[in-house]
Ligand binder design. Structure first.
Ligand SMILES: [Zn+2]
Length: 256
């Protein structure tokens, strides 16, 4: 086994712990609560959860998805988020190797997962993911030197400006807020990770996914669109497949 292969299970375990923290963020950020204090406790009996009852996935299974003290049900969302994040981190190291690109992929995927789940549940995208993620994305872009950082800055500005213009135009046309500030900040963060071409691809893909999935649904239910979910899915696809798609587009559609 070489370093990269050994790194896969280690990244998976680390990812599960990150996922456990992501659960705390998903629960507390929309309520503006501290994500550090108090420590995890049962929402019903308030008993603090001991470290051995807080092991990602395993504790939930051992306790049968219930609080040890009052038997209150603990949502299956917790182990699902932990497993998904573990898979993201292991997958990133498997695909990109145990290096800064692997770390970047894993961090980006984690941010997008947090955004998608929070937007789906609360119709909002907390600044911690978008502005915090923007700073993280710019720092990680330094792995490509100053030109890497420059690309990330251009990507962030592109994402911000396009969504800002769409939001202003949408307000003029529909006479109400068509797109939230969270989406605008989110696309600045996404741009820092995927560059300006990636931003265009993400917006195109997100709109396509949103239209296919949501238009039939919204005609029936008339509810708000958590557009961040579709942007998050498109951003993840762009990070992994964006270069391939753009190369194909340039070669075949523009004729080289
Ligand atoms: Zn309890």
């Amino acid at each position: 086994m070489n370093v990269d292969q050994m790194g896969i299970p280690i990244a998976g375990i680390f990812g599960a712990m990150i996922g456990s923290f992501l659960n705390v963020l998903i629960l507390r950020l929309p309520r503006d609560e501290s994500v550090v204090f108090p420590g995890s406790h049962c929402p019903r009996c308030q008993t603090p959860i001991a470290w051995h009852d807080n092991v990602p996935v395993i504790s939930w299974l051992l306790l049968g998805g219930k609080c040890r003290h009052c038997r209150e049900r603990i949502s299956i969302q917790y182990p699902i988020i932990e497993l998904t994040t573990a898979a993201l981190w292991a997958g990133a190291v498997w695909h990109y190797g145990a290096n800064l690109t692997g770390l970047t992929a894993a961090a980006f995927g984690t941010l997008l997962l947090g955004i998608a789940v929070t937007d789906a549940r609360h119709y909002l995208i907390p600044d911690e993911y978008t502005l915090g993620g923007l700073v993280l994305g710019l720092l990680l872009a330094l792995r490509g030197g100053w030109s890497g950082l420059l690309q990330a800055v251009i990507g962030a500005v592109t994402g911000f400006v396009i969504l800002y213009v769409v939001a202003v135009a949408g307000e003029k046309v529909f006479r109400k807020e068509a797109m939230g500030g969270g989406d605008i900040k989110m696309m600045a963060m996404v741009g820092a990770f995927v560059g300006w071409r990636g931003v265009l691809l993400t917006i195109f893909g997100g709109s396509l996914l949103g239209t296919i999935v949501f238009v039939p649904l919204s005609l029936k239910q008339k509810r708000l669109v958590p557009f961040g979910i579709f942007l998050a899915a498109a951003a993840a696809l762009t990070f992994v497949f964006g270069d391939t798609v753009l190369r194909w587009y340039i070669d075949w559609v523009l004729g080289g």
